[in-house]
Design a protein around this ligand. Structure first.
Ligand code: AHR
Length: 669
């Protein structure tokens, strides 16, 4: 009995060693290019979830700067010595200004510094950097001149780490904006900002704001540069925004309305963020949308990072996981008008109503919008009948705009459910829509199995946009899901299938994009941030490598005439880049064994004698990047040799490699 057990074990080990030692030979046919890789192939999807915008990429440090949160003083702690009731009074001027109704009236009665003040806690604290300049600004109206403002930054221990004094200049009774600057004397990730009111008088305050100077491109009131840089480094083909479920809202009153997000920032009406209360396990009662990052800024961001803008608009339907309410068809017109006006805002000249708004905001040149999404994750006949109305109106006026349409939330073909994919996919195909958006938040195994998903798709008809996907180490949106190496590797395997089918799939983006370590609602996420730092997950590096080396033409890569999609736990695809004149091979080794692979390059006269491989590798599928070890899994370059148009390489266990070889003789320059 014992003997036979050991014999079995020995045989199994030998078989394993033999398979590990076996060389997997694949052929790449360079003269048989079929599909063109769309320049938009790999992009990013931004949604204000996980404090991605307010508290994240929008660099404002003051939370509830205009007292518009549901609880008007949320985020503010009040300090008063001998003040009278009503000396800090929230006033609501709904009739005069319905977009920004509240402000704070401060009455100081011969107050010394330290008598009357308030402290803002920031978004889970404020990230402050030593020696950096900070811009404090406030809108004020002097009811009785005589109050000055002392601004102080405090570290976690409550000590002052920078500050200045703002003495109101204007004495008339109109709203004014005034700004002062000062440098911080220390770095602190959990700072707060305190204001002391000194003097004798009455002053109204609104839009109390603090921005660092080091925003992206140094724009005042702009975006966090480190976060934008991580996006720019990916060279994304498109930017999908602003969601996601926030487009839909819990109900229609909470839907995203782009017109309320443009123009002067103090006029952008605050809205609750639907992720504020979505998950009982991660309630975020202080999560609101100030729209400091609004539609103009999204377009500008897309332009900055070289991405095609892809706004998504509400289709007259609230989130079907929430209220699911719909607007009656005969009341859909304002929604359709929003879509038409958005194209005008983005593309028309400055003589038009909305082109003028764009120019006023600082961008007279058009943004050249090509893609527009109608609805996010909508399903059922109620979606289709609304989509038909949108499509007719938009195509009549703007026939060149490509419309992105929803196939719901479930990528599996269940013919018996109208929520399901089969109904939507077949209906959208009958409608001959431009682009179908598919979403999948599934297990790593699902991603591996679906590496061949698009091999079976019709080659004609609508293009596919893999608009939201992420492998889940636990359940979707579970607080136990992790951005571990297993999920990233499974996504890489799946993405070889997207790339191989670039004639069908023309766009793809991971979701969600950002998460604040102290303010998230949903895991996993591509990029994690805290108040001072940001790092890319292993999944980020997978996305980045596919994007940087996307190539221009797909070339066949096979073994025994089969595509490589799971045999021996290998997944592979190949493209040529006609601009850099390179062959680019992507290969995932999803096994825990090193595997020797050979690539025979056919259909090419000569290739370089050396190439470069970029490798992502983790010894353990549970490996993750962290703030402390942001490069635990990060790209490493390894040169290799090419002999007689053949590459033979040992692929590390659990690795993703991108191989690049010049398609011309000699050594690479
Ligand atoms: O990415 C998080 C959410 O997942 C999106 O808002 C929604 O579209 C999907 O359900």
């Amino acid at each position: 009995m014992i003997m036979s057990f050991f014999f079995g074990l020995l045989m199994a080990t030998l078989l394993c060693l033999q398979s590990a030692a076996q060389v997997k030979t694949m052929t790449v046919k360079l003269n048989d290019a079929k599909a063109t890789v769309s320049p938009t192939m790999w992009g990013v999807f931004f949604e204000d979830i996980n404090m991605g915008a307010d508290g994240g990429i929008y660099a404002e440090l003051v939370k509830n700067r205009s007292f518009e949160f549901f609880k008007p003083m949320m985020g503010w702690a009040v300090h008063r010595k001998q003040a009278m009731e009503g000396d800090l009074l929230v006033i609501n001027r709904q009739g005069e200004n319905s977009n920004n109704p509240r402000f704070l009236r401060v009455t100081a009665r011969k107050a010394a510094k330290g008598d009357l003040g308030m402290t803002n806690e920031g978004f889970r604290g404020m990230g402050i950097k030593q020696n950096l300049q900070y811009h404090f600004s406030v809108m004020y109206r002097q009811q009785k001149p005589g109050v000055k403002l002392h601004v102080e930054l405090l570290n976690a221990a409550g000590n002052v780490i920078g500050g200045t004094t703002l003495v109101p200049q204007a004495t008339n009774n109109d709203w004014q904006k005034q700004q002062v600057r000062f440098a911080a004397t220390a770095t602190e990730s959990k700072a707060k900002m305190r204001l002391w009111f000194e003097g004798d008088g009455v002053i109204d305050l609104d839009m109390i704001s603090l921005f660092p100077q080091d925003t992206w491109k140094g724009r005042p009131g702009g975006l966090r540069a480190d976060m934008v840089q991580l996006l720019a480094d990916m060279k994304p083909g498109f930017l999908r925004f602003p969601g996601g479920c926030i487009v839909e809202g819990y109900d229609l009153s909470q839907r995203y309305q782009w017109k309320k997000t443009v123009g002067p920032v103090e006029d952008r009406q605050l809205l609750i963020n639907r992720w504020n209360f979505e998950f009982a396990h991660r309630p975020t009662p202080d999560y609101f949308q100030t729209f400091g990052l609004g539609f103009f800024e999204y377009f500008q961001l897309a332009e900055d990072i070289g991405a095609e803008p892809m706004p998504i608009l509400n289709a007259g339907m609230a989130c079907q996981f929430n209220s699911g309410e719909v607007v009656p068809l005969d009341e859909l017109q304002p929604y359709v008008q929003d879509a038409l006006d958005l194209v005008e805002f983005a593309n028309s000249d400055t003589t038009t109503k909305w082109g003028k708004v764009r120019a006023y905001m600082g961008h007279p040149a058009p943004f050249r919008l090509k893609y527009l999404g109608i609805g996010n994750e909508n399903w059922g006949p109620q979606y289709i009948e609304r989509l038909e109305i949108f499509t007719k109106a938009i195509k009549e006026r703007y026939p060149d705009i490509q419309l992105v349409t929803s196939s719901g939330t479930d990528p599996n073909f269940n013919p018996f459910s109208e929520k399901g994919f089969a109904y939507l996919d077949s209906t959208l195909r009958k409608m001959n829509v431009d682009i179908i958006d598919e979403h999948y938040y599934r297990s790593p195994e699902w991603f591996l199995t679906n590496a061949k998903r698009y091999d079976m798709y019709p080659r004609n008809g609508p293009k596919i946009f893999a608009g939201e996907y992420a492998a889940q180490s636990h359940k979707p949106a579970s607080d136990r899901s992790r951005n571990n190496w297993q999920t990233a590797l499974a996504e890489a395997a799946f993405m070889t299938g997207l790339e191989r089918n670039a004639d069908v799939v023309t766009m793809a983006s991971y979701a969600p994009l950002f998460a604040h370590a102290d303010g998230w609602q949903w895991t996993p996420d591509l990029i994690w941030i805290n108040n001072l730092h940001a790092y890319g997950t292993p999944n980020y590096y997978v996305q980045k490598l596919f994007s940087l080396y996307k190539g221009t033409k797909v070339v066949p890569l096979t073994a025994d005439k089969q595509v490589i999609a799971g045999q021996d736990s290998l997944y592979a695809s190949a493209v040529m880049d006609e601009k850099s004149n390179e062959l680019i091979i992507k290969l995932v080794n999803y096994s825990g064994q090193q595997q020797t692979t050979s690539f025979i390059l056919e259909g090419v006269k000569a290739v370089a004698t050396d190439g470069m491989r970029v490798v992502l590798q983790g010894n353990n599928l549970n490996d993750v990047n962290t703030f402390e070890s942001p490069n635990q899994i990060a790209p490493q370059e390894k040169p290799f040799q090419v002999k007689n148009k053949k590459i033979t390489l040992d692929m590390e266990p659990y690795s993703f490699s991108v191989l690049r070889v010049k398609l011309s003789a000699g050594k690479q320059p």
